[in-house]
Write a protein that binds this ligand. Structure first.
Ligand SMILES: Cc1ncc(COP(=O)(O)O)c(C=O)c1O
Length: 347
């Protein structure tokens, strides 16, 4: 569907599947559903595809000849940007923050298979904090775009996680899709639980709840890196921007912006025991693979909140599978799942 006067491409397969998780529901005594954004149908999927449909439509409108983007070494955003840009015949130039590994694994391997045009590296040792490193990586992407412009290209820069407005429109649209899917089952979603990174996805889900469900869907964000208060503030700003763009005058109640940062552990992409429990539980109870950086931590949050009675009995809780599974195969992540091995795998 088209939200606002803004171009959008169609790159994924919609609606993404919605399924109930019967075994997990039995364990938690709560109906839990999963919306499979990981099955959106392009390069192992994830929540970036809906956002990129807006970003790349803008790139096309500007007659871009090259895409520039940036992220972490194991960025899902980067993988999906290359894949989606390939569909439009555009080359993607990438800036990655982190040490260049000897052999690419996980997402980085897929970046190579997908034919990334160039990868530029930003050395984390030169920056005192993660925030500084992220800023320097984004700045390098803009510099690279300038260099490409001098070489005769028309570059279009996509920030890591995409522009907040594109994310908001993309995930408001996802809520409408979910409402239709649940309605076909004679049900309604009461709660959506999602991983919260740049907070774009959560912003869009809240926007969708406000626009299409009178704010009746509770959206719970589980931070994978940032502080809850910082993310809440960012979501409020992004929501205001999106509502202004749509020329909709709607109040955003304080309780509509709900973020928890209790499941991050020592830091972004650092494995935690709760993440491992969540990934293994979903794999073993439902045969569904989550990822270690985003959905594993988000599911750890859902499990903990459910066990602590944070959802009302009878409520339908929808977990948004935002993708990221290639990171399970990253050499930095896979040891989290077999730390005790010395030849034999303990089950
Ligand atoms: C797999 C996955 N899930 C969730 C997120 C978080 O989405 P957002 O940045 O919109 O908060 C990301 C972002 O990189 C992601 O790759």
């Amino acid at each position: 569907m088209q939200l606002g006067r803004i171009p959008r491409l169609r790159l994924g397969e919609y609606p993404t599947p919605l399924a109930e998780l019967p075994n997990l529901s039995r364990v938690l005594r709560q109906r839990i559903f999963i919306k499979r954004e990981d099955l959106v149908g392009i390069a192992l999927g994830g929540n970036k595809v809906r956002k990129l449909e807006y970003a790349l439509a803008e790139a096309q409108a500007q007659r871009a000849t090259a895409i520039v983007t940036s992220g972490a070494v194991q960025s899902n955003h980067v993988r999906l940007t290359i894949a989606c840009a390939n569909r439009l015949g555009l080359k993607t130039y990438v800036v990655l923050r982190g040490e260049r590994p000897e052999r690419p694994t996980g997402n980085l391997l897929l970046d190579h298979i997908l034919g990334v045009a160039e990868i530029h590296w930003v050395d984390p040792k030169r920056y005192a904090t993660r925030e500084e490193l992220v800023r320097a990586t984004e700045a390098r992407a803009w510099e690279l775009a300038e260099e490409l412009r001098k070489q005769g290209e028309t570059p279009y820069v996509i920030p890591n996680g995409c522009q907040p407005l594109h994310s908001a429109l993309a995930y408001a649209g996802c809520v409408l899709e979910l409402l239709e899917q649940m309605r076909a089952l004679n049900l309604a979603p009461d709660v959506i639980v999602t991983a919260c990174g740049t907070a774009g996805t959560q912003t869009g889900l809240i926007l969708g709840s406000l626009l299409f469900a009178q704010g009746q869907i509770r959206v719970v964000g589980i931070s994978v890196s940032g502080k809850a208060e910082t993310l809440r503030e960012r979501i409020r700003q992004n929501l205001e921007e999106a509502l202004r763009f749509l020329e909709v005058d709607l109040p955003v109640p304080k309780q509509a912006v709900e973020v928890y940062d209790d499941y991050v552990g020592p830091g972004y992409a650092v494995p935690t025991p709760a993440m491992r429990e969540a990934v293994e539980l979903l794999a073993r109870a439902e045969g569904i693979l989550l990822d270690p950086v985003y959905t594993g931590k988000a599911m750890a949050g859902l499990l903990d909140l459910a066990r602590r009675g944070a959802f009302r009995p009878g409520e339908n809780v929808v977990f948004l599978h935002t993708g990221g599974v290639p990171a399970l195969f990253a050499d930095t992540q896979s040891p989290a799942f077999y730390p005790e091995t010395s030849g034999r795998t303990k089950v």
